[in-house]
Design a protein around this ligand. Structure first.
Ligand code: WT7
Length: 636
């Protein structure tokens, strides 16, 4: 039996028990046998959820890129590491071998150094899904710089907030990006963002769409000429186990995004180990995760996890609908994809297009299908299982978060029997618990509560950049001594978990995690707006869509103007990005509030979903009269 590669259900239970009973021995063995270290650790784990503080593999020295690249060169130098599939199907795919990747990362790392980037400096990466994105991430890791990738769909204002929050010295971007039939002016967005980012010294610009952009003298440089001149050898910076690897922002329930900080050794061990098992990756498999590297899914399961296992990982630049809705299946056939990992929102959008388009392609290479980002509804699960997996490829419904770094609750394919809408069982090392209303652990099965984790795991985020207090308050204060996920869940009669959704003010739209507060803050900047409240409502494709209640200053005629709705969505697009646009906007006389002034979103949620037969406890409502008016004008 190999505990690194679980192949039967009994083996899973055996490994799981060991991971709980002897966590330090368990993780030390995984780390020692499957990763390379410059120096071994002195102590496997030290932790205190009160502070909170978690340290894994203290005293160890390593570089994650030696694990993801160098160690594969001898046996697998010519194997494809990254298989790049362009937006345009007529443009050639690129096979970047481990040897190529090694040289390209070294050159890029030397360019970063030549521009003054050192260990510990923060570098913001704002790129489309082109090879330079993965390469720049690895180049930062090579020299110990902390990367902060910002998804290239975010607006200039969202970008500058993130750059300033972590004091990035450099931005890496491109002259633009392709997205289906459209191009996106990324350099223009960066220029606008940098008007309010005094700390940025240099911008490196990759060429992708050959657009006519301006370089700011002394600040901006084309990347390619610098790479051409750079040396293709770069000694890896030797890092401590707990040195920061990257920052990745995620929305919270206040306006400021949270810069989740991940550290090196634990993140590497956990993403490597989960990748191997969750996808049952075998040596010659071709693995494809459709996420963007701008999200945690891309960090952990396009870049680090697959490369730590010497895998071939596909990077797709485009969208599922271009040039038509057969694109995903065309790529599966073309590259004989073995493991395919996507989001429920994509599955629902593709299901809507019917099965004829799928039948044109040979999907017989597929072995494992994955789902991530939000609960997968039963209908989408069956559609995926019947039409893509042909009922022979198990679906792994993987529950995890930006904060957890890696997959936490998931079936192990071919071992764990799957059950639609259930993420099933905790991965080895993960100790989930459900908490009741009074903060007590709910024992036994067939219970529902708030999902917490009671023991540390190697890839948990260590803090929120620059705000440890907020880290403690957000994750460790709802239940003392536990990590609180923000999700609700139930446990069935055999111990399987089903995630029921967020229990806080975060709404998941098309798999994107959106806090209500930043959207409300943006709307409230419109000169005609007094205040606003956002809630989610169920949507066929997006999972949830956004419903906005907006109180205007002027109660006159103008309020239902089409323009005002447009302007509100425009402001949201500028502050956050188009993903946060509202589907429905209702203008209101006021918002229901408690005596302490807190908006009662619970009531607004019920109204938006037309579930008003019982509004629950309204005794603390300060202004019950506004509720009637809101109900009367609800948008269908
Ligand atoms: C939130 C985290 C993890 C990568 C993508 C999202 C929801 C995620 C599932 C799933 C039900 C899920 C949770 C979680 N979520 N995966 N398989 N089933 N819900 O990362 O943006 O940090 O969002 O996504 O609500 O808390 P994220």
């Amino acid at each position: 039996m190999s505990q690194y590669h679980i192949k039967h259900l009994e083996e899973y239970y055996q490994v799981y028990r060991k991971s709980v009973n002897q966590p330090e021995t368990f993780w030390a063995e995984i780390a020692e046998e499957h990763f390379v270290w410059r120096k071994k650790w002195d102590k496997v784990l030290e932790w205190d959820f009160e502070k909170p503080e978690v340290k894994w593999f203290q005293g160890a020295k390593l570089n994650i890129t030696e694990n993801c690249i160098d160690r594969h060169l001898q046996a697998n130098g010519n194997k494809t590491a990254i298989l790049f599939e362009p937006n345009n199907p007529d443009e050639a795919s690129q096979h970047i071998s481990y040897n190529d990747l090694h040289n390209r990362v070294a050159k890029f790392a030397n360019v970063l150094k030549s521009k003054g980037i050192k260990k510990g400096d923060r570098v913001c990466i704002y790129l489309p899904m082109i090879p330079e994105l993965a390469i720049s991430v690895l180049a930062c890791a090579r020299i110990g710089a902390i990367h902060s990738v910002v998804f290239a769909g975010f607006s200039a204002s969202a970008l500058s907030t993130r750059i300033n929050d972590s004091d990035c010295k450099m931005v890496i971007t491109s002259d633009g990006g392709y997205r289906g039939a459209k191009t996106i002016d990324l350099k223009g967005i960066v220029d606008e963002a940098l008007e309010s980012c005094p700390g940025v010294e240099n911008v490196l610009v990759a060429k992708r769409i050959n657009s006519d952009i301006k370089l700011k003298e002394g600040r901006d440089y084309w990347l390619q000429p610098l790479l051409d001149e750079a040396n293709d050898h770069c000694e890896a910076e030797i890092m401590d186990a707990e040195d920061p690897l990257f920052i990745l922002y995620t929305s919270g329930s206040t306006g400021m995004p949270k810069g989740m900080l991940h550290s090196t050794a634990g993140y590497m061990v956990y993403t490597g180990y989960t990748f191997k098992n969750v996808f049952q990756y075998e040596n010659n498999d071709v693995y494809w995760c459709t996420a963007d590297i701008g999200w945690i899914t891309g960090h952990s399961y396009i870049v680090y996890g697959p490369l730590a296992n010497g895998a071939t990982t596909v990077m797709f630049e485009g969208v599922p609908s271009y040039p038509d809705y057969g694109r995903f299946w065309e790529i599966v056939e073309k590259h004989k994809i073995n493991q395919f990992y996507t989001a429920p929102t994509a599955i629902r959008a593709l299901a809507k297009e019917g099965v004829e388009i799928i039948e044109k392609y040979d999907l017989s290479s597929l072995k494992v299908l994955g789902s991530v980002g939000e609960p997968i509804n039963e209908e989408a699960w069956h559609w995926y299982n019947d039409n893509i997996g042909k009922r022979k490829s198990p679906i792994v419904d993987t529950w995890w978060q930006t904060e957890t770094g890696g997959v936490m609750i998931t079936p192990i394919p071919f071992s764990t029997p799957t059950k639609p809408t259930y993420a099933t069982l905790p991965f080895p090392g993960i100790q989930p618990v459900l908490m009741g209303e009074n903060g007590e652990e709910l024992d036994g099965n067939q219970v529902e509560g708030k999902l917490c984790v009671k023991f540390p795991w190697p890839s948990m985020a260590r803090t929120i950049w620059g705000n440890h207090k907020r880290y403690r308050e957000t994750y460790f204060s709802a239940f003392r001594g536990y990590y609180f996920t923000g999700d609700g869940a139930l446990r069935d009669e055999v111990g399987y978990y089903r995630i029921t959704g967020r229990v806080d003010d975060v709404i998941i739209v098309s798999g994107h995690n959106l806090g209500t507060a930043p959207i409300e803050d943006a709307i409230n900047e419109h000169p005609a707006v007094v205040e606003s409240a956002i809630v989610g409502f169920p949507h066929d494709i997006k999972g949830n869509a956004l419903y906005g209640y907006v109180t205007l200053k002027d109660t006159g005629e103008g309020r239902n103007q089409y323009n005002l709705r447009n302007e509100i969505n425009q402001i949201i697009t500028e502050h956050i990005g188009p993903i946060a646009k509202l589907d429905k906007i209702q203008f209101t006389e006021g918002l229901p509030k408690t005596r302490s002034g807190k908006i009662m979103r619970r009531i607004l949620r019920k109204i938006a979903t037309h579930d008003t037969s019982n509004l629950g406890d309204t005794s603390t409502l300060l202004n019950p009269e506004v509720v009637e008016g809101i109900m009367a004008n609800v948008i269908e």
